[in-house]
Design a protein around this ligand. Structure first.
Ligand code: ATP
Ligand code: ZN
Length: 286
C-alpha cells in the first residue's frame, strides 16, 4: 500500500482557506472539498484531515496525523510533543492583554492581583510568571472580549488583528504577549518515507512563498547605468541583459524583493531606468 502523509488542517475558520490554498498552490489537487472528514490528493501522496484547530496538536502528538497546520498560539498553548517545521506567512495576529478603555495602565505591574479572562491559560501563566505578577486566570473558551463588561474579569488576553473587536467592546490593548502566524507542525519522529514526502512538499511550499515575496522586474536603461542598477537588483544569479534596438540602451530583467520594492524603484529611476514593468511570479526555485 502506498504511504500517505496525513496532514491535519482546520475544518472551518480562519486557517482553513489559507491552508488549502497553500496545498493547492503547491500543486496538490483535491476532488472534493471541505464537507468531508478527510480527502486524498489526486496527484500527491497526501491525505488531508479536517479537524478543530485546538485538537490538531494532540492528534499530531498521537500520530493520528503526521503533520498539522495551526496558529503558533495554539502550538504554544497546547504544549504537546510537536515540532515547529515552518512558518507560513498567513493568519498573522497577536495575542494581547486588554483592559477597559477608561482605566489607567502603568505597565505590567498594573495586572497584579487582577483577574484575566482568556482561552490561553498556559501562555498567560508563563507571561505572568516571567514578569513576577500574581494574577488570577479565568479560562473561557469563547467571547472572551465581553468578560470585563459583564464583570467576569478585570482584563482579557485574546487574539487581536486590527483591534476592532476590542474597540467595540470598550477595551484597549496594553501588552502584546506573542505574535502568531500559521505554522506547520509535525510529530517529532516521522517515518523515513513520510519525511521524504514532507520534504518534497516543503520544497514546493518554499517555492510558493519565495514567489509571493518577490516580483519579476523588466526595465530599459542606458548601458552606462547597468552596473549601478545590477548592484540594486542583483537577481537570483545576475540580471539578464538584452540590447535594445536603440544604440546605447539595454533591457534588464531581474527579481526584486517585495518588502523594499518601492525604495528600489526610486533608486532605479534615479539611475535613469525607464519603462519599468513589474510582474508577479508564480513559483520561484533558487
Ligand atoms: P475552531 O472551531 O477550529 O476551534 P476557532 O474559533 O478556534 O476555530 P478561528 O477564529 O478560526 O478559530 O482562528 C483560528 C486561528 O486563526 C487562531 O488560532 C489564530 O492563529 C488565527 N487567527 C485568529 N484570529 C485572527 C485574526 N483576527 N486575524 C488573523 N488570524 C487570526
Ligand atoms: Zn479553535
Amino acid at each position: 500500500m502506498e504511504t500517505l502523509l496525513r496532514i491535519a488542517i482546520q475544518k472551518s475558520g480562519r486557517l482553513q482557506e489559507g491552508s488549502l490554498d497553500l496545498l493547492k498552490e503547491s500543486g496538490l489537487s483535491f476532488s472534493n472539498g471541505k464537507e468531508q472528514l478527510k480527502t486524498q490528493a489526486r496527484n500527491f501522496p497526501v491525505e488531508v484531515l479536517f479537524l478543530r484547530d485546538d485538537d490538531i496538536p494532540q492528534y499530531v502528538e498521537d500520530k493520528v496525523a503526521d503533520v498539522g497546520i495551526v496558529g503558533e498560539n495554539i502550538l504554544l498553548e497546547k504544549q504537546k510533543k510537536n515540532q515547529l517545521i515552518r512558518r507560513l506567512d498567513f493568519a498573522k495576529c497577536r495575542l494581547s492583554i486588554a483592559i477597559p478603555r477608561a482605566e489607567n495602565y502603568g505597565g505590567v505591574q498594573s495586572l497584579q492581583g487582577k483577574n484575566i479572562a482568556t482561552s490561553y491559560p498556559n501562555i498567560v501563566k508563563n507571561f505572568l510568571s516571567k514578569h513576577n505578577i500574581n494574577a488570577g486566570i479565568h479560562e473561557i473558551s469563547g467571547s472572551v472580549e465581553i468578560a470585563p463588561g459583564i464583570g467576569l474579569a478585570d482584563a482579557i488576553c485574546d487574539l487581536v488583528s486590527t483591534g476592532g473587536t476590542l474597540l467595540s467592546n470598550g477595551l484597549k490593548e496594553v501588552e502584546v504577549v506573542m505574535q502568531s502566524e500559521a505554522v506547520i507542525i509535525a510529530t517529532p519522529q516521522l517515518a523515513p518515507e513520510k519525511q521524504q514526502i514532507l520534504d518534497k512538499l516543503l520544497f514546493r511550499i518554499e517555492a510558493v512563498q519565495k514567489a509571493k515575496n518577490n516580483k519579476y522586474i523588466l526595465l530599459n536603461c542606458p548601458n552606462d547605468a547597468i552596473d549601478k542598477i545590477t548592484s540594486v537588483i542583483p537577481g537570483m544569479k545576475s540580471p539578464t541583459i538584452i540590447p535594445l534596438a536603440r544604440p546605447g540602451w539595454s533591457s534588464l530583467h531581474s527579481v526584486v524583493d517585495e518588502n523594499d520594492f518601492w525604495e528600489k524603484i526610486d533608486q532605479l529611476r534615479g539611475f535613469g531606468a525607464e519603462g519599468i514593468l513589474v510582474v508577479p511570479i508564480e513559483k520561484m526555485i533558487v
